[in-house]
Design a protein around this ligand. Structure first.
Ligand SMILES: C[S@@+](CC[C@H](N)C(=O)[O-])C[C@H]1O[C@@H](n2cnc3c(N)ncnc32)[C@H](O)[C@@H]1O
Length: 216
């Protein structure tokens, strides 16, 4: 759940001066807004930020866990250098049909490989194949967040980056009386990463909270 949490006037300002959203991504936002679970889409400023991270670290191999209708994947795929590859994991053919369309619309479909199925199984297969990534973006079911993080620790190279979405969960993580399953799972992952000596970490209050963990 990451559509922007900014005041509408500030959001308009940010969209005008802060990011350069390709027309196809603006259309994807409009289309996705018609879906009942539209709020699962990343905020546009977060998509732009993920693309900037791909460029900053010179990522050539990127892994995404949770693709939905394709906003974050399209933003990251557009930022890849020639020959770069994005591996996407999602459980839904229906949602990702829109993602496939978005990749084709902006001409990055050749760079993207989509795996449909439970992401933990896909990650196990990628690991068995000896896959290695420069960057990973975790944005799927929250109950598996810790398991996704551990899988990414095995799949992302030293010096690479693991990005985790929704780490503030609309502020619910800070309310210890909230024992809802996803809240507890995100809170557990946040606590684990905070003291994880295998990574350098910063949690950013962008969108619904984005943690950057750099693998040492
Ligand atoms: C928050 S949305 C991802 C949003 C996306 N990053 C974007 O830019 O719009 C979460 C996605 O995770 C997928 N998902 C849920 N459980 C999953 C699982 N066990 N394995 C793989 N994907 C899963 C859902 O189908 C959904 O598309």
């Amino acid at each position: 759940m990451s559509t922007t949490n900014l005041d509408p006037a500030v959001f308009d300002y940010l969209m005008r001066y802060g990011i350069r959203e390709p027309r196809a991504l603006a259309r994807l936002r409009e289309d996705t807004a018609q879906l009942p679970n539209a709020s699962m889409q990343v905020a546009p400023e977060e998509g732009a930020f993920l693309g900037m991270l791909v460029q900053l670290i010179g990522a050539e191999r990127v892994l995404e866990i949770g693709t939905f209708t394709g906003y974050s994947s399209t933003a990251m795929a557009l930022a890849l250098p020639p020959g770069g590859r994005l591996t996407c994991c999602d459980i839904s053919e229906e949602f990702t049909a829109r993602a496939r369309q978005a990749w084709a619309d902006v001409g990055v479909d050749e760079r993207v490989e989509l795996h449909i199925g439970p992401a933990l199984e896909t990650l196990g297969e990628l690991e068995a194949d000896g896959a290695s990534y420069d960057m990973a973006f975790i944005d799927a079911d929250k109950g598996n967040y810790l398991a996704y993080y551990e899988a990414c620790m095995r799949l992302v190279r030293p010096g690479g980056l693991i990005c985790i979405d929704n780490v503030l969960w609309s502020g619910r993580v800070a309310d210890e009386t909230n024992r809802e399953e996803s809240t507890v799972a995100i809170r557990q992952l946040n606590a684990a990463i905070a003291t994880d000596e295998r990574v350098d970490v910063v949690m950013l209050p962008i969108a619904d909270g984005l943690t950057l963990a750099r693998v040492r």
